[in-house]
Design a protein around this ligand. Structure first.
Ligand code: ADP
Ligand code: MG
Length: 380
């Protein structure tokens, strides 16, 4: 996904050169599961895969969207902001960004040719949606000579996803894609929001196992969990669950409906685990980091119930493998991918053994994706 490669693809499709090329990474949710929209904290890693966007303005008001993901060009006209469905529904991400711009005092580009290319699997919990939002935002702004600070670009992406696409995600996905730094994790205090980077432990790497099982974010499970968390917060008389300690939550159990209580317990204990993880990273205690990651998964499995048999099997197999510090589902859950943090003792042969065990049980192979960290969204 180099600039030259994207420019060549762009001219093959549109017969001219792009005016701007941008790129934004996907992210791994390191730890902090469903904490973001509860005002909590989260650690993520921007990865060395993402979405690139090339764009050139048009004067006739036509908006041509092409993605190498669908191999299809969708032609719309400026002033036609309607939400798309079916095969063109992927355009809701860039359209959502356009719809968000005026809310941040920024002006909207009228006609253009647009190309998105990606080396990120979609729907795998690696946030291809935030990557396309941020790459689109930088392209629309750059092509119109406008600038915005990183935090605004992050908020534009989130606004698009919340208000146009209709997923009530927190700021994790866009925040990590915007503030990512190679060799680092991104820490986000979502209430601020406040962003910081923390160095990755030396000698550790990420392995993602994508199950290709359904990741039903938009289908309502994510919304249901969001609702249950808000129900618990209301019962506790707080705006966000971050305002409650694990001890205070246990003391107030009788006030909360049992399902909402389990969801809230996951969230408040997860927020405590994020703080412990930051401390363990600072002292270089990678074994402790790994056990916190696995504890996060167990909480998803038992309390938040956003895991699946497939994800649980991968975590169980991974934590029993040599060289693995810890493993957990990454992203919203309900299918998708598992992340392992591993050292030098875990390599391609070990990953292959995990995939083979999974295939023997579930009849399909997960994709094995070794990942490095990468920089945040940029104009190339
Ligand atoms: P995730 O963000 O975990 O990958 P989502 O369901 O939130 O999963 O977002 C995936 C959606 O984002 C895809 O179904 C598609 O609509 C859109 N998308 C992601 N990458 C691209 C791309 N390169 N081109 C077009 N659409 C994309
Ligand atoms: Mg997404």
């Amino acid at each position: 996904m180099s600039k030259t490669n994207l420019a060549t693809q762009f001219s093959n499709i549109f017969g001219r050169a792009p005016e701007i090329v941008t790129r934004a990474p996907g992210r791994i949710e390191f730890i902090g599961n469903h904490t973001d929209y509860n005002g909590g904290t989260v650690l993520g890693a921007s990865i060395d895969r993402g979405v690139a966007v090339a764009l050139a303005r048009r004067t006739d008001g036509k908006r041509n969207f092409h993605s190498t993901y669908t191999h299809q060009t969708v032609t719309l006209t400026a002033g036609e902001p309607a939400k798309q469905s079916g095969d063109s529904s992927w355009t809701n991400y860039p359209l959502g960004v356009l719809a968000a711009l005026p809310h941040f005092g920024l002006s909207v580009i009228e006609g253009f040719d647009y190309l998105a290319d990606s080396d990120l699997p979609t729907g795998a919990g690696l946030s291809s949606s935030a990557a396309i939002e941020l790459a689109s935002a930088l392209a629309f702004l750059g092509a119109t000579g406008q600038t915005a600070d990183r935090e605004t670009v992050v908020k534009i992406g989130k606004h698009a996803e919340n208000h146009f696409v209709g997923v009530p995600c927190g700021i994790l996905d866009q925040g990590v894609s915007g503030f990512g730094k190679s060799g680092h994790l991104v820490f986000i205090d979502c209430a601020g929001p406040r962003f910081a980077t923390v160095p990755m432990p030396a000698g550790a790497s990420f392995w993602i196992f994508n199950t290709h099982t359904k990741h039903a974010l938009v289908d309502g499970l994510y919304e249901a969990r969001h609702r249950e968390c808000m129900t618990a917060a209301r019962a506790l008389g707080v705006k966000w669950l971050v305002e409650v300690t694990p001890e205070a939550l246990l003391a107030a159990q009788a006030k909360i409906e049992p399902t909402a209580f389990k969801r809230a317990r996951h969230v408040v204990e997860e927020i405590a685990r994020v703080a412990e993880t930051v401390d363990a990273l600072k002292t270089g205690n990678i074994d402790k980091v790994g056990s916190l990651l696995t504890a996060s998964h167990r909480s998803s499995q038992r309390l938040f119930e956003n895991s699946t048999a497939e994800l649980d099997f991968l975590v169980d197999t991974l934590v029993a493998s040599p060289g693995v510090y810890g493993a957990r589902l990454t992203g919203g859950g309900f299918g998708g991918a598992v992340m392992a943090l591993a050292g030098a003792g875990f390599g391609a042969a070990q990953a292959e053994a995990v995939a083979a065990a999974y295939a023997a049980k579930f009849g399909a192979r997960p994709d094995i994706l070794p990942m490095g960290t990468g920089d945040g969204a940029v104009v190339l």
